[in-house]
Design a binder for this molecule. Sequence first.
Ligand code: LR7
Ligand code: MN
Length: 570
Amino acid sequence: GQEQAGAALRTAGTGQDRQEQAGAALRTAGTGQDRQEQAGAALGGVGTGQDGQEQAGGKPGMHRVLSVDATLAPRDPRAPGQFGHAVAVPDDKQEEAKSRWKEGNFNVYLSDLIPVDRAIADTRPAGCSEQRVHDDLPTTTIIMCFVDEVWSTLLRSVHSVLSRSPPHLIEEVILVDDFSTKEYLKEQLDTYMARFPKVKILRLRERHGLIRARLAGAEIAKGAVLTFLDSHVECNVGWLEPLLERVRLRRTKVACPVIEVISDKDMSYMTVDNFQRGIFTWPMNFGWRQIPQEVIEANKIKETDIIRCPVMAGGLFSIDKKYFFELGMYDPGLDVWGGENMEISFKVWMCGGEIEIVPCSRVGHIFRNDNPYSFPKDRVRTVERNLARVAEVWLDEYKELFYGHAYHLVLKNVDVGDLTQQIQLRKKLQCKSFRWYLENVYPDLEAPLVKASGLLINVALAGCVAVEGPTLAFEECDVNNTNQHFNYTWLRLIQHGELCLAPSGVLGALGLRRCQGRSRSLAWLHRSLATVRPGLSDHIISEHQHLPQLSCLEVDPSYKALRVKACDST
Ligand code: LR7
Ligand code: MN
């Protein structure tokens, strides 16, 4: 999973992804609406939109982005960690630092050592501070959920919002306490925050999980825009106005800052590579992928250009409040943590909105190897169930790719709960298909509907399986004979039209049955044996649970009849 912390995670991801990307077809697209906005960089889903800011020049009703930063002249310029610099744990404090790590799964000792209002370097690309935004930007409610967050980190998050945002744009900061157990998060937090009239604390009386905790915050929010943040962040100079500018430009734009890295080890604030899109790979793993250099050059994409993203990371974004409610917020059936970023991203794109990364808005986040809090139910199961819910509601026929890449979910038969409301919502909003999303928003994702297709060859007997009317035959191979063509699906069916290869149960006979999506009695595992020992041909193993033992598809050498028999790797 999330083995590497931030920087490493991104760099690693990038290297790998770049390779993946080579030659990826980046399709031009563009609804009429977008064309104007996208100027030269018409890249469809992967592209950028250079609208607004640049051309604004000296337009009335606009002003240069406010680089508000109350930390610019810090009280204690020599304090550890000041200006986002790395801090080292003194030799005699190593034990203490080590023992406190698990309080937050990062270097809590160092976090407590550095000022809660430290300055950090302005990491915005050149040009950002000259950009113009509208005078009449909407106000926002900041929603920050936390469960047992580390004291100094939570405070630093709040301070960074208050000291680096234009005050008139912050309607309020709602801290949603998701039933924390730590004593310091009670009166002590109330007392500390009492000096900031805009900070409100919403205490949940039971653990909601981050998804429903955000909804609880949204329900009481007064601002026109909701801005969600994690509780271990540092907002950088000028982070807010560019986000609100996008939402003002069109209320269906969902704006994300560039997420920079606060080191979990030394608390340094590190910038990240530019031109990263939020993407996912099967089975719905979030990642970042760099726009290929050729595409950047061909389209003259600048560091300050908006980046349209197939999916968002999840934690940090601004969205028009009314629009968020129109979209049905998050599916409230999602539990605790995970998958909600996929849900909101698919929903936004498929139902008429856009997800964007705004390079002039930058927020640091402490990336951790593991959640420091416990899950009410099993963590893995929770996330898997959430993702399966998202797949069932949004992925249409492509959900097979999700299950195919996480086949254990088919075996487990995970219970996703009631989906009626979500399916109705999708109808009501008249959302587009997942195919549309793939073609227009994320054309570089590989999403073949079948895993493989072709002939089923028995190498030893030099023949092929063929469909002959309602039954099967073993014949001389002929690539032009469509009766010999089969698809191997992500759900492991061997399919010919509507019919599927099936052990018929009687004396190991083989037949055809009407296909049924997740039927395990029709599923076959393709195991390549050439890798085990050269010369061995592949095995096709039946997953039918009622067969007496591990059974393979084979051809009786004397009768040339197809049958299912105990597997034998020789
Ligand atoms: O039960 C919970 N209740 C909570 O209030 C669990 C968590 N939380 C709080 C928690 O204290 C934190 O402030 O919710 C926030 C997010 O939890 P994290 O920090 O443990 O999540 P993360 O940073 O590991 O994971 C990312 O994916 C999550 C999936 O559900 C959320 O969308 C997070 O907001 C998201 N974080 C980011 O997008 C930052 C960049 C990380 C990446 C990639
Ligand atoms: Mn986080």
